[in-house]
Write a protein that binds this ligand. Structure first.
Ligand code: B12
Ligand code: SF4
Length: 502
């Protein structure tokens, strides 16, 4: 259990567990920040909290084996100084439903603590049945988990009922709760990064060499409605942000814990809006005030990159921004429109060039497959990616998440989405993967191989190295090697139809 990232503790009131899932080769290990946020809130309420990261323990590209998950969970309980009073499991996503089920079973055998789950899948209509009939938990939290989990802990300590906790769904009520969104994010304490291990390295395209890295979020929510994405269901449709002062405190605390590199994973840290440049200025001045002098990466929509002034882009560069990750998805406007991405290939191409000419690495994500696509479309998406001025690219099959418009389009009237997620042919790694009569899943797996091999060429590597500072050369070479040689292997099971069983 080398990577469990649980710090030795003398007493545990609340045990928080991050369930494992099928990870992509070379995707690194990203800390469960949602649990670190919840832990910090619970500690304010005087609870002794422990975080156990089973995802870090199971770095497998297959669906984690249920028996192994059960064994490791048993060992976790054996290593605890005392049985916990309360167990929290999450973030629950389609990819970790089976492992979460196995973890709950062991928790039930090992202790009598009430078990609650939370995470992106919980607000999706139909989750009540999943929570009560499949996972067999005592409740599920929809939306932000800090305040509800704090209330659950307080009610537990006072031996009160859990009825009426914001965002909480209970087996006794069939009403699907309204997701709880913390209105003022500044009330959230700095996440308990000290409860996480030191081994987190983030993903290959985000690898930052041997520097100590963490992830961070300075906002929650996304106002866009891309048909395939469940982020707005998970974190809300309105963007809520930390104030400049709170951003400075968060970054300062990363500095004091020795983190030299941060990945800001916010869905919409900056959007194309009238006050975009002011927001960038707030952010970069907060970094300056924090005294932290590391480097960072952030996620941005292509239209936000284009809407930004030159001054804003250079502010980002000067404050340590080394890489901007953009969701580009496709090279055809019609396909982008169908996905409601609100993006054109021209905007994507211009955004890549702009990021590069600002001296920042450009990275893009692409989706292979989609409604009305034929095999040639997979290849034209890869060709488009290869033509762009990008340093890194990530290619994924199209996953169909319950609660999204895409899910409704493909499975209208399907309320029992759990059975689809547990169908090992349809969801070989836990996520339901799109395919059609014209584009079988094996074709998509072949296209993924082709994509990584074509994109990560020697000539692109030399260009990326040439325009990067010397101290980043080794990291770029290693990332290219890993992405070209192993990333696509994550999908080998699809190509050979050797889908993992559980
Ligand atoms: C950063 C990120 C990642 C990172 C880090 C994930 C991690 N270890 O936390 C990486 C790159 C590793 C990753 C991997 C994956 N991701 Co991801 N990821 C995100 C992203 C952009 C932000 C998540 C986040 O950290 N938010 C900030 C923190 C503070 O919020 P949070 O984790 O959601 O936690 C809060 C609540 O959910 C809740 N909560 C969470 N856990 C618990 C537990 C309890 C007990 C309680 C009460 C509450 C609770 O309270 C927390 C605090 O408010 C979201 C999009 C989004 N906006 O949600 C997609 C998203 C969650 N990912 C998604 C997917 C599919 C995946 C992968 C399966 C991809 C893959 N095939 O490999 C894996 C699964 C990993 C996992 N176990 O989460 C989907 C999930 C869709 C679904 N319905 O299944 C999302 C919604 C994006 C999308 N494509 O639509 N992801
Ligand atoms: S893909 Fe990005 S912009 Fe689109 S809904 Fe998801 S988070 Fe928002």
């Amino acid at each position: 259990m080398e990577n469990l990232s649980c710090r030795a503790v003398r007493e545990v009131d609340v045990l928080l567990i991050n369930p494992p899932y099928a990870q992509r080769y070379g995707s690194g290990i990203v800390p469960p920040m949602g649990l670190a946020y919840i832990a910090a809130w619970l500690r304010q309420n005087k609870a002794h909290v422990m975080i156990t990261d089973l995802a870090a323990e199971f770095q497998t590209h297959d669906l984690p084996n249920t028996a192994d998950v059960a064994n490791v969970t048993e060992k976790v309980f054996q290593s605890l100084p005392n049985p916990p009073c309360l167990v929290g499991i999450g973030p629950i996503v389609t990819a970790n439903l089976r492992p979460a089920h196995a973890i709950v079973e062991i928790c039930r055998q090992a202790c009598s603590a009430p078990i609650f789950v939370g995470g992106p899948l919980c607000p999706v209509p139909g989750f009540h049945a999943v929570a009560t009939k499949y996972l067999n938990v005592d409740g599920y939290v929809c939306g932000d988990g800090e305040r509800p989990m704090g209330a659950i802990w307080q009610r537990f300590a006072a031996r009160e009922t859990f009825i009426g906790v914001d965002g909480l769904g209970l087996p006794s009520s069939t009403d699907h709760p309204v997701a709880f969104r913390e209105p003022n994010l500044d009330v959230l304490p700095i996440p308990a990064r000290d409860l996480l291990g030191d081994h987190y390295q983030m993903s290959a395209r985000r690898t930052v060499g041997l520097t100590k890295a963490t992830s961070a979020f300075l906002s929650r929510g996304c106002p866009y409605s891309c048909s395939f994405c469940s982020a707005p269901i998970s974190s809300g449709r309105r963007i809520r942000r930390f104030s400049r002062e709170r951003i400075a405190r968060e970054i300062e605390s990363c500095g004091s814990l020795g983190y030299e590199s941060i990945v800001f994973y916010d869905d919409c840290l900056f959007v194309a809006s009238r006050d975009l440049d002011r927001k960038v200025e707030d952010f970069t001045s907060a970094i300056a005030v924090s005294g932290w002098r590391g480097s960072y990466q952030l996620e941005l929509r292509c239209d936000a990159v284009l809407a930004m002034s030159e001054i804003s882009l250079s502010r980002l560069r000067e404050s340590g921004c080394r890489q901007i990750n953009m969701g580009i998805e496709k090279g055809h406007k019609a396909q982008l429109d169908l996905m409601r991405k609100r993006l054109t290939p021209e905007t994507a191409a211009a955004a890549c060039s702009r990021v590069r000419s600002a001296g920042i690495r450009a990275a893009g994500t692409f989706i292979l497959g989609g409604i009305d696509e034929v095999p040639d479309d997979l290849h034209s998406t890869v060709e488009f990616a290869c033509e762009l001025d990008l340093d890194f690219a990530q290619f994924n099959p199209l996953a169909v998440y319950p609660g999204t418009l895409l899910f409704q389009q493909l499975y209208p009237e399907t309320e029992n989405w759990l059975s689809l997620c547990l169908d090992s042919a349809l969801a070989p790694f836990g996520d339901i993967l799109w395919r059609s009569a014209d584009v079988p899943i094996e074709e998509i797996a072949r296209a993924l191989h082709f994509a990584y091999e074509s994109f990560y060429s020697d000539s692109r590597l030399e260009r990326a190295v040439e325009r990067s500072p010397l101290d980043e050369h080794q990291m770029i070479r290693e990332s290219y090697w890993r992405l070209r040689n192993s990333r696509a292997l994550s999908w080998t099971g699809l190509a050979t139809a050797e889908v993992p069983t559980c």
